[in-house]
Design a protein around this ligand. Structure first.
Ligand code: 3PG
Ligand code: MG
Length: 396
């Protein structure tokens, strides 16, 4: 696996595909720095060698050309501060002006290009567009793990213009190593915690984990599809009715393979989807009509903690409840604390997926787990065992 550690960048211009698709508030301030922070070490290594850097990324999903709210210019102050230099900006990712700016860079300088998705050629994987982008560098570095599941011009197609000068940055290398530790080299017992709203998003990963995990902890909105599949009463809780049979099959398969599935025994329920709704704790399979489960209850938290503290490898994807609302955040917080405690006791823990990463950051535990992934959809697909185009393009 070729990485940026394999060459010296002195007098070289590195074109790095990063994933700076970060959340911005209405003042265009970045509200979660995970992806920015993750990208800094690769940039610094190249600058330290005496090279220069051209950064390219998408931001959001602009529909038809430029849209101010999706401009990468909003990121320039933060990047400049993090790198301790004035990061330059090109208000177009291709074309004469952008090429003049990248062409004029000297060692130690960084240029950020405007949003790649202002051109539909990016998502279409257009070869001509990829060639134009390729003019910005002598070396192509892919460090955009979060976008590695897309076969886009800048993430995959462009690699063919750098047959002998394409490599992974540290984010990619670390993500690949971390997933490998969990999926192929896990110390037992290996526990996967899956949460979030939908079972449909997680079927692929559950199937793949069936071959590997010892324990599966299920929480979040998706738990109610499992509880209903087992004949429970779930009131007005979230449910995917068309997946009840799938849930039953998964439970059966797990049993056959000796995998323990832990499904919540109690839930915090509410009479309305609001933080100030009336709420109470009940058995998770005895929820009355007019009420909905929005978090796992205290018994469940205890049960999950016991499993986690015995685990030597932990994967966490998806929150346990609606943790954005304080009254329904306790289950997610308890899991975050248990994962941190297990890590302190020597377990390897990988946290991935936008919402679980947001949770781990909210409780300031990012430094107390082994690895926080920058990938959402990309991590899920990778964990499902799929080949990611962004990874394949470098390896080919
Ligand atoms: C993400 O945040 O999921 C990645 O940046 C990829 O973005 P996309 O889902 O719009 O392709
Ligand atoms: Mg996505």
């Amino acid at each position: 696996m070729k990485t940026i550690d394999d060459i010296n960048f002195k007098s070289k211009k590195a074109l790095i595909r990063v994933d700076f698709n970060v959340p911005l508030n209405d003042k265009f301030e970045i509200t979660d720095l995970t992806r920015i922070n993750a990208a800094i070490p690769s940039i610094q290594k190249i600058l330290k060698d005496g090279g220069s850097v051209v950064l390219m990324s998408h931001l959001g999903r602009p529909k038809e050309g430029p849209e101010h709210k999706f401009s990468l210019q909003h990121l320039v102050p933060t990047l400049s501060e993090k790198l301790g230099i004035d990061v330059k900006f090109a208000d177009d990712c291709i074309g004469e002006t952008a090429e003049a700016l990248s062409g004029a860079l000297v060692g130690g300088e960084v240029l950020l290009l405007e949003n790649l998705r202002y051109y539909k050629e990016e998502t279409k994987g257009d070869k001509g567009f990829a060639e134009k982008l390729s003019r910005h560098g002598d070396v192509y570095v892919n460090d955009a793990f979060g976008t590695a599941h897309r076969a886009h011009a800048s993430t995959a197609i462009i690699a063919e213009f750098f047959p002998n000068a394409k490599m992974f940055g540290y984010v990619m290398a670390n993500e690949i190593a971390s997933v490998n530790t969990v999926l192929n080299d896990s110390k037992k017992p290996f526990t996967a915690i899956l949460g979030g709203a939908k079972v449909s998003d997680k079927i692929g990963i559950i199937e793949n984990l069936m071959e590997r995990a010892d324990h599966l902890i299920i929480g979040g909105g998706m738990m109610f599809t499992f509880i209903k599949a087992q004949g429970g009463e779930i009131g007005n809780s979230l449910v995917e009715k068309d997946l009840l049979d799938t849930a039953t099959d998964l439970l059966k398969k797990a049993k056959e393979r000796g995998i323990k599935i832990h499904i919540p025994v109690d839930a915090v329920i509410a009479d309305n989807f609001a933080n100030d709704a009336n709420r109470k704790v009940v058995k998770a399979n005895e929820i009355d009509e007019g009420w909905m489960g929005l978090d796992v209850g205290p018994e469940t938290q205890k049960m999950f903690k016991e499993v986690l503290l015995q685990s030597k490898t932990i994967l966490w994807n998806g929150p346990m409840g609606v943790f954005e609302m304080e009254n329904f955040s306790h289950g997610t917080k308890a899991v975050a604390l248990s994962v941190a405690e297990a890590t302190k006791n020597g377990a390897y823990s990988l946290i991935g997926g936008g919402d679980s990463v947001a949770a781990i950051n909210k409780y300031k535990l990012a430094n107390e787990v082994s690895y926080v992934s920058t990938g959402g959809g990309a991590l899920l697909e990778y964990m499902e065992g799929k080949v990611l185009p962004g990874i394949k393009a470098i390896l080919d």
